[in-house]
Design a protein around this ligand. Structure first.
Ligand SMILES: NC(=O)c1ccc[n+]([C@@H]2O[C@H](COP(=O)([O-])OP(=O)(O)OC[C@H]3O[C@@H](n4cnc5c(N)ncnc54)[C@H](OP(=O)(O)O)[C@@H]3O)[C@@H](O)[C@H]2O)c1
Length: 269
């Protein structure tokens, strides 16, 4: 009997690469996305089932989980991948932009997890993988609200491990570094405020360097393999890196200000 993966944000990037890898390796894949018409030819595989799911829409969460359980009988792994980056000076942001960033990257992930948990707990097995970021443990200029969401995902996920462990359910955190996807392009919410020019020189220096890191980064298949390991290795390991291990190791070694000086030297050069 194939195992079943429920995955968010499967229309592009890491989500699409993960859906493909699990499908190739024989899993039944419920590839959810906001706009199912965006799914390409790959989604026509017999073991891929596309469902609509917007993580900010509680009704679509309920419907997708109910349909997955009805069709496949069980969920073996949930991968919370949907997310995007809000980028710009915090002073330029609006409250509704911040709310939308949290609604997608944090509250949507929590709402879907809550909906899936009874199905994992009752079977006393299952894995939840939350795609956080190396940006859930370190920070870069102009990404303050994005970092706040990913640091929230890190804390939420680690704490959840305690209460789910007695039920045989594991929670894992995947922490990608820069990965070449639409994250740096059409998915980005670039924050600006009319008349606010004080941050322009800073942003003009920092943005091209950070964009370049994305453009020259490895593709999303690297993260898909790490997610595969997280789901299938049977271990109690919590955190998995993907193109992020060296910088996170440096973060553990250096005091705050020294590490930030390294980031500044790289980003504001
Ligand atoms: N790329 C990187 O460098 C990087 C690094 C660290 C972490 N990450 C994380 O990796 C995850 C995937 O990003 P990616 O790099 O693969 O970027 P991507 O290609 O832009 O993919 C983002 C996915 O999230 C979906 N999404 C956005 N809002 C949604 C919502 N409300 N409900 C459901 N789906 C929604 C998008 O759907 P639409 O097609 O409908 O827009 C898309 O499928 C994100 O959580 C991101 O924070 C990325």
């Amino acid at each position: 009997m194939p195992q079943t993966l429920l995955l968010t944000g499967a229309s592009s990037g890491i989500g699409k690469a993960t859906a493909l890898l699990f499908a190739e390796r024989g899993w039944s894949v419920v590839a959810t996305m906001r706009t199912p018409s965006k799914a390409g030819a790959w989604a026509a595989r017999p073991n891929v089932h596309v469902l609509p799911l917007d993580v900010t829409d509680p009704e679509s969460i309920r419907a997708a989980v109910a349909e997955t359980v009805r069709r496949f009988g069980a969920i073996d792994a949930l991968v919370n991948n949907a997310g995007y980056g809000m980028v710009g000076a915090f002073e330029a942001s609006t409250s509704s932009q911040v709310l939308r960033q949290f609604a997608t990257n944090v509250f949507g992930l929590m709402d879907l997890t809550r909906e899936v948990l009874p199905h994992l707990r009752e079977r006393r097995k299952g894995v939840v993988v939350n795609v956080a970021s190396m940006g859930g443990r370190i920070t870069f200029p102009l990404y303050s609200v994005y970092h706040a969401t990913k640091w929230a995902v890190e804390g939420f996920s680690e704490a959840l491990c305690y209460e789910l462990e007695p039920f045989g359910v594991t929670v894992k955190i995947v922490e990608p570094g820069p990965i070449r996807t639409d994250f740096y392009d059409r998915s980005m919410d670039l924050v600006t405020k009319a008349g606010l020019t004080a941050y322009d020189a800073f942003a003009a220096k920092a943005m091209p360097n950070m964009q370049k890191a994305g453009a020259t980064a490895p593709g999303p298949e690297v993260v898909a393999k790490v997610i595969w390991n997280a789901v299938t290795d049977g271990s109690r390991r919590i955190r998995y890196q993907a193109n992020s291990a060296p910088i996170l190791a440096l973060r553990r070694l250096l005091p705050d200000r020294l590490f930030m000086a390294v980031v500044k030297a790289a980003v504001l050069r």
